[in-house]
Ligand binder design. Structure first.
Ligand code: AGP
Length: 624
């Protein structure tokens, strides 16, 4: 939630053009817009103080405002794109906020300051004026006030963070320190981009990937003082931090562009074959599975008697899919729980529990809180994550990265496939360590997995049928999705995609549950997608799902059936059959979800909706 960007260049412009700070920050905000799009704003320093331009709505409104409002030369600039929490999406509530009685400071904030009401009262009593309903303006005034007392922006920031409760990344600039940005982070993301004679700050590396691929992680409870040619980090107690990890970003700016597609989502769907291939890359050597990022002792993994997957949304659906595989291969009970529910009950978790935290962003607050809670109970945590340097893998005992490249669309697609694939690798690794599978069995499964990218490409190449179907169904009000076994979470994920981007009522059910209530929803013309398992192998399951198709059809449903090539039994009961290549049952979810993603994307496009930035949502949910 909320994207923040900072740029520090040479005072007086140096070799860089004078418009560069604003250009860099606007470019960064555009790349971070997926994090929130209720309002956007920038701030620079001019001869008198902080100069802020901000507008409600998307960044395009801010860009228009900047065309008519001259902004002075400044060495530094900060910017913000907002997902509203405290206060509606108005110009006044947009960031940056001006701090202090003389308007010399500007500040942007990502997170929630939980004790803001109390702090605001103190400031009001001292004569500070407020122009917004946000919690963030409190931080702006507090830092300005501390600056007046200390004359140093870093010291001022350090004083203020000790007063704040909640989650925050703060970036502040002050008229009296014209070449400096000071940033602080607790429970919200922040990364530094290292340039030549200029430096950058961002919520993630997308903010500055156009300018540098050299990045530096900023740890929890750290403060960064950034100028054009220096990056100094201290902790909240003022101790120097010298071990901040530097790394090279693996992808370049083109990966974060639409590349000719109508939407990022459409592009990311089409990247899924490569995404799964990249997740699998370099994991298997001499027939033995290697997971380089696993830092949990094998002896500990052998003692594990339960796995708990914690995640939210699509990542939780990925967990539901892989539960079947991990239990089957490792014979360990696997529970999958929504992170926000896990955190606030009293789960039975101990040092024999392995917690698997799945998060594309690595910043989802609910999942992060679940990780911390599990660790407090003695559990070891493996993060399955896409974003390097993000909080969840940093705080986990081990991390397995997806390597699927940046996912910009709010609706997760390629990360979902990457998450499932990475969890399969984890499951096979556990089976290897614990001796549940023989080496040749693991090698066989790895071989089958290696075939998946080719099969994904086959599915993608045949999607015109689904696009056509989606366009024909543009006025649909409600869609049901059914599946059994691994088809059940696929049905839930298909429904989630349609809800979030096409705003259509959609429900995913376990097909066996149908007769226990949901079948009452079915009447004439009700579209029902059914994910049919392979007829090879688990025959009883196939025939049960075929019976379910007949049951809904008998009640007038329009049956849209996803079935394996060669499964002709379904033809007579289906209004539409969408084919996927034959594949082992446990790996089929990597194929069967694709038509459902394409359906949602095409239908939302046909409705004229903003596919990448659906209403009320943000890409990473960094508040509880
Ligand atoms: C997916 O389409 C959603 N936008 C959402 O459910 C997402 O998967 C969820 O918020 C978890 O995000 P994470 O993977 O970054 O933790």
């Amino acid at each position: 939630m909320c994207g923040i960007v900072g740029y520090a260049g040479p005072i007086g412009g140096g070799a860089k053009e004078h418009s560069r700070p604003i250009e860099v920050v606007l470019e960064g905000l555009t790349r971070l817009e997926y994090r929130g799009y209720d309002s956007a704003g920038v701030a620079v320093l001019d001869g008198e103080g902080a100069h802020v331009v901000k507008r409600a709505g998307k960044i395009v409104n801010l860009k228009e405002a900047l065309e008519s409002e001259a902004v002075s030369e400044s060495a530094v600039a900060i910017g913000h794109t907002r997902w509203a929490t405290h206060g509606g999406p108005t110009n006044e509530n947009a960031h940056p906020h001006i701090g202090g009685k003389q308007g010399k400071l500007a500040l942007v904030h990502n997170g929630i300051i939980e004790n803001f009401a109390h702090l605001k009262e103190l400031l009001l009593a001292e004569g500070y004026e407020f122009h917004s309903q946000t919690d963030s303006e409190v931080a702006a005034h507090l830092v300005a006030r501390a600056y007046d007392a200390t004359g140093n922006l870093t010291t001022a920031m350090r004083e203020v963070v000790s007063m704040l409760e909640g989650a925050f990344t703060l970036l502040a600039i002050h008229h009296d320190e014209p070449g400096t940005i000071v940033a602080a982070r607790r429970n919200s993301p922040l990364v530094v981009g290292l340039g030549e004679g200029e430096n950058f700050l961002g919520s993630d590396v997308a903010a500055f990937i156009n300018y540098t691929s050299r990045a530096m992680e900023i740890g929890q409870d750290n403060i960064v003082t950034l100028t054009a040619d220096s990056v100094d980090v201290i902790d909240f107690d003022g101790n120097p931090v010298t071990d901040s990890k530097r790394y090279e970003v693996e992808w370049d700016a083109t990966a974060a562009q639409k590349g000719g597609y109508d939407s990022f989502m459409a592009k990311e769907i089409m990247e899924q074959s490569q995404a799964v291939a990249d997740t699998l890359l370099g994991r298997s050597e001499d027939g033995k599975l290697q997971l380089d990022e696993m830092r949990i002792d094998e002896a500990v993994l052998r003692r594990i008697d339960k796995i708990v997957v914690v995640a939210c949304g699509t990542a939780a659906n990925a967990g539901e899919v892989v539960k079947y595989a991990i239990e089957h291969w490792c014979r360990i009970p696997v529970e999958v729980e929504l992170a926000h529910e896990f955190r606030y009950r009293d789960p039975v978790v101990n040092e024999k529990t392995l917690v698997v935290a799945i998060s594309q962003s690595g910043e989802t607050m609910d999942t992060l809180m679940a990780v911390r809670h599990a660790q407090e109970q003695g559990a070891k945590v493996v993060a399955i994550c896409n974003t390097r340097g993000s909080t969840i893998p940093r705080e986990s005992d081990a991390a397995l990265y997806l390597h699927v490249g940046p996912e910009i669309a709010v609706a997760s697609t390629k990360a979902y496939l990457g998450q499932i694939t990475a969890c399969y690798l984890l499951g096979l690794y556990l089976a290897q360590v614990r001796g549940n599978l023989f080496p040749d069995e693991i090698a066989q499964k790895m071989h089958e997995l290696q075939q998946i990218p080719g099969k994904i490409q086959q599915v993608l190449d045949g999607m015109d049928q689904v696009r056509d179907l989606a366009r024909r169904m543009v006025d649909t009000q409600s869609v049901l999705f059914l599946g059994r076994h691994v088809g059940y979470p696929t049905a839930m994920e298909g429904a989630l995609k349609l809800k979030e981007i096409a705003y259509i009522h959609a429900e995913g059910f376990a097909a066996g549950e149908l007769k226990h209530g949901p079948i009452a929803l079915v009447d004439e013309g009700q579209p029902v997608f059914v994910v049919v398992p392979s007829p090879r192998g688990r025959h009883s399951l196939h025939s049960k799902v075929v019976s379910n198709i007949q049951e809904v059809r008998a009640r007038g449903a329009l049956t849209l059936v996803i079935a394996e090539e060669g499964d002709n039994e379904v033809n007579q009961f289906a209004d539409e059959v969408i084919r996927i290549p034959q594949t082992p049952v446990l790996f089929a979810p990597l194929l069967s979800i694709i038509p459902l993603q394409v359906f949602a994307c095409e239908l939302a496009t046909a409705k004229g909706l903003d596919v990448d930035q659906p209403r009320n949502l943000a890409k990473s949910v960094t508040v509880e």
